[in-house]
Design a protein. Structure first.
Length: 137
């Protein structure tokens, strides 16, 4: 599939370059519809970054007594499913209920983010490859 994509893109670029339309390909591709898609993606990606990386980093910073960069590192490593294991949430309180709620909230946060990222990337790449293979630039 990647070979087909590569051949398709190279042949398209070579035809456009030969006709002197290489620059027109990129300028004409930014129709108002495509522009609105990229703006929407940028807004939602920024919002997702704030909601799923910056806010949890701040919470982990206070609860786990980490620096902000340690908490942010933990969030990024966890959300990208690398999971080195050098930082783990180990907040312990004398109240068992608080411990349970904190651990449950951490697990729900991780599962929600992974599901949303997977959905976003599969939808985006399905649309992208559909446009490439059907030559709907």
């Amino acid at each position: 599939m990647l070979k087909k994509l590569e051949r398709s893109l190279i042949s398209k670029f070579l035809r456009l370059k030969k006709r002197g339309q290489f620059y027109d390909f990129f300028t004409s591709a930014w129709t108002p519809y495509i522009r609105s898609i990229w703006i929407s993606v940028s807004v939602f990606a920024t919002g997702g970054f704030v909601v799923f990386a910056l806010i949890p980093s701040t919470i982990f910073m206070f609860v786990e007594d980490w620096t902000f960069f340690e908490a942010f590192y933990y969030c990024v490593i966890t959300l990208t499913t690398i999971g080195f294991g050098d930082y783990t949430p180990d907040y312990t309180s004398t109240n068992q209920f608080i411990n349970t709620v904190y651990r449950l909230a951490s697990m729900i946060w991780g599962m929600t983010v992974l599901q949303k990222c997977t959905f976003f990337f599969t939808t985006f790449f399905d649309y992208f490859f559909d446009q490439i293979f059907n030559h709907n630039f």
